[in-house]
Design a binder for this molecule. Sequence first.
Ligand SMILES: Cc1cc2nc3c(=O)[nH]c(=O)nc-3n(C[C@H](O)[C@H](O)[C@H](O)COP(=O)(O)O)c2cc1C
Length: 300
Amino acid sequence: MIMLKVMEKRRSVREYKNKALDKKQVMDIVNSYDYNKALVEGVKFDFIYFEDGDNIYQILNGVVGYSGVLIKAPQYAVLLSDEKPGYLYNSGYVGEWISLKFAREDIGSCWIEVGDKDKEVKEILGITSKKRIIGLMALGYPKMDVRLSKIYDTIVDGHISPYEELGYPNIDTEFSKEPVSYRHSVEDIVYKNEFGNKMTFEEIEKSGYLDALYYMRLAPSWGNRQPWKFIIRKDGIILLIEKSTESESEMTAQIEAGIAMLYFKVAMHDLGLPGDWKNINGETDIDVPKNYFYGGIYSL
Ligand SMILES: Cc1cc2nc3c(=O)[nH]c(=O)nc-3n(C[C@H](O)[C@H](O)[C@H](O)COP(=O)(O)O)c2cc1C
């Protein structure tokens, strides 16, 4: 299956079958990544797999996940990285690459926020690595094929739910039959030459980026906040990311930038359009609004 189709079908899985994954299959997928071709060169990334999901749930629920609420899964993985420049972008990129490959094999996954609990989680799990924990990944076979939880997807509406007291400020217990959670339209996330300069659908289509942006929007993000904006210029397309808000960890936005870069690049390449991300987290000549940061430019 081409990756575009995988991007379309992937969703964060929060309900799993009570059936164990095949460890060899999981590790073969993880090890099939060419780490020399990561987004940022020379940054080591690690994936530690835990088969005893019940135990992990017992000891980490209350510590990690939105408001400390961990999703129950039959397996988990801990994602770690060297703390070198660009490591959060790189971790989002590599972690999501693995998640897409899992989705291709019908293995469900969900990113779990760890934030500043790195030391605490290492201590609980007995991890001695010097690398930084980027996040957890819940793993297993999805319980439902199309039933999609709308949990957390109401943040965009500013919807407050009665489940707030339980630590789920944005929970919505209804389930949607739609294949993916709510997404902004392409017209909402793309500008021409400068921030705020909207483009019509026809203009975006003419630019050649329409299809890639359509698929890119399907990327996962913290609380489904979809922090990405793109600026189309003659020299390429620039990614801006909205900074993390108080409720998220500061790390989140850079992880999301890496995820966005992966989705965009995979979509472009699948559509037969070459190019790569350059100048990641570098300097830019465009005016970046205060609540955004520059991620990089995608060009030939
Ligand atoms: C960096 C990051 C952290 C996330 N943390 C959590 C989490 O702690 N708990 C959770 O249930 N979902 C978490 N998610 C999943 C998002 O809620 C999900 O991607 C978003 O709601 C969009 O839904 P979708 O992935 O099904 O398209 C996280 C996603 C990202 C990218």
